[in-house]
Write a protein that binds this ligand. Sequence first.
Ligand SMILES: *Cc1c(COP(=O)(O)O)cnc(C)c1O
Length: 353
Amino acid sequence: MSSPDRCHREPEVAQSMRAVRAKAARVCGGTDADTAVVLAGSGTAALEAAVASVVPPDGRLLILDNGHYGERIFRIASVHRIPLIRLEFGWMRPFDLGEVDRVLSEDPSITHVAMIHHETSTGMLNPLRAAGELVARHGRALIVDAISSLGSERLDLAADHITWCVGTANKCLEGLPGVSFVVGSHAAFDALGEVPARGFYLDLHGHYHSQEHLNAPMFTPAVQVLTAFEKALDFALEEGPEARGRRYDALAQAVRSGFGARGGSFLLPAGRRANSVTNIAVPEGLTYQQLHDALKDEGFVVYSTQDKLAGWFRVATMGQLVPADIEAFFEAYDRVVAKLAAPGERYLPEEER
Ligand SMILES: *Cc1c(COP(=O)(O)O)cnc(C)c1O
């Protein structure tokens, strides 16, 4: 990011964009038959581009929803008036693939299925391989929001039968926010020319045509973030998703055993958790805000859970963390809980003291 500023219409930026597109496809296990379209915007930009651009007017989208982000796909598809069926399994509930099988068998109008790989709201890893095999057996296309899994969880375009894979720079790929992308095969991108655009700025085929055939971005890309992302992709490919997955998992195990030893309760049973997020109950007698503010004073930021999950908080093991960070976190956590739980002491944020 500290390299000299570059004009987005110059060949070096076009070259950098091509490199990022190829490397993003490789992170998904893609081959030369696959590519990526990169967009300026957070993960939701790429998600909206995919959902709004790939389902034809006479098609139908089946949404597998078991959390906040599953609901987001439903809301995106609804805004674009895409014919849809939403299967709501409930938060923290695993997919019922028998039900998905039944719905796909009974409704030939369904052309696409959309799902979240890592449902970040609850920290649940959804069964991508099994869902992909099922969708492929029915001959439908699969859209996967892999925004919070790509880079650290097992995912492979071909083996998981993914038609469209949506990712972002700033989660397990360890880049910076501002660039997101959609990966698919050249053949699938070319075929999008037949689907009328539902929007202008996030028209996936328009971006593909521009980036692939005109060798230029359709609009001004986030040049500096793209430069940083190319470097982040190099690091991700060098480390490899398996090694990164093991690294995150070891950190997550340290977080989980630390809270386990302190009598913490976990939102999900062990077998269903992704390796980058852990949801823990706020200790009795404290509020999330007190815990958050006191930990922040100690240099650690924890994250609240979304809407339906008040009373829980999230700890992420995503990014360049080392085991000593987790140890320091628990030292801070113990200090904070002892202080906040002491009788008669009310915790005041720094500015009110
Ligand atoms: C973070 C995230 C998104 C996108 O959120 P943005 O704020 O737009 O980056 C979408 N889906 C999942 C599963 C996520 O974790």
